[in-house]
Write a new protein. Structure first.
Length: 289
């Protein structure tokens, strides 16, 4: 079954600093990860296309990613970064799309999870920026934690014209085994039709050395009930996932979880490739631009 990876990263530590990688617990991924590195493990996992997602709050990184995507046979879309609060955001988005590979820009993301204000998404200047993102025909990836879900819900409701994608299911507390209040908040967010979500980042929210499919299953079941297959997509979060397992191991686990959930082959295909194809417009015509 065709698999599209709706969420992975790359980085070159010689080109720009990644301060977050200084933490001792992430030492296993304190090295460069290139497109060739990704292609090798993606091929082993049966992944045919991917979405490259920003790592830093740096527009130059986004320009580099767009150029990398344009030269790649695997990367079919890019989710980049832009400052939502800048007054000339529409011009910045136009400039990104005019840069080499700019036709592959499909969305914008900010590291909201790192913002100290849990209501950051509710700020007037942030929402104005989100309106500009939608007006530019781009989606917005929501990287939030459970405590930030109330602001995400209010923002999604306030901007029904913008298409949002929830990354990593808002990072549920899998290691603890708790479902609430995350599950109820996720269901409330999913009730808004302009939101899709990624089954991604799960194994690093579980016990890194102890997780198994059984530990993840209750959270996948909540997501399936909330969003349904047509609004869920698979993502690896590579190379961050290497802290807890390999990309092929997570991909195989995701396949097992979907099959064990009793989903039809068509519904499994929606999550593994169909939803990402639609949301990030990864049709053959988009590659031929």
């Amino acid at each position: 079954m065709t698999v599209i990876d709706a969420h992975h990263h790359l980085w070159d530590l010689t080109s720009r600093a990644h301060d977050w990688l200084a933490a001792p617990e992430v030492r296993p991924i304190q090295r460069d990860f290139s497109p060739a590195d990704y292609d090798a493990t993606a091929g082993e996992a049966g992944i045919s296309r991917s979405v490259l997602v920003q790592v830093l709050a740096d527009a130059d990184e986004t320009r580099d990613f767009l150029a990398v995507a344009a030269a790649s046979q695997t990367i079919g879309a890019v989710v980049g970064w832009a400052d939502l609060t800048r007054p000339d955001l529409p011009k910045e988005l136009d400039a990104l799309r005019a840069s080499p590979g700019g036709e592959l820009l499909r969305g914008i993301r900010h590291l909201v999870q790192a913002e100290p204000d849990p209501a950051w998404l509710s700020r007037d200047d942030v929402r104005e920026g989100l309106r500009h993102v939608g007006e530019a025909g781009l989606g917005y990836d929501l990287l939030v934690t459970p405590v930030q879900l109330p602001a995400a819900i209010d923002t999604v409701r306030a901007l029904p014209e913008v298409n949002f994608v929830l990354d990593h299911l808002a990072k549920p507390p899998i290691e603890s085994g708790r479902l609430q209040p995350w599950a109820d908040l996720l269901g409330t967010l999913a009730a808004e039709p302009n939101v899709t979500a990624k089954l991604s980042g799960m194994i690093t929210e579980a016990g890194w050395t102890t997780w198994d499919a059984a530990a993840l299953r209750p959270y996948v079941d909540v997501a399936l009930e909330a969003f349904g297959p047509a609004r869920l997509m698979f993502g690896s979060d590579w190379p961050v996932c290497l802290l807890a397992g390999t990309l092929p191991a997570w991909t195989d686990t995701a396949r097992t979880l979907l099959a064990d959930a009793g989903l039809s082959a068509a519904d499994q295909a929606e999550i593994l490739s169909g939803t990402a194809t639609r949301v990030y417009r990864m049709t053959q015509e988009s590659y031929d631009v």
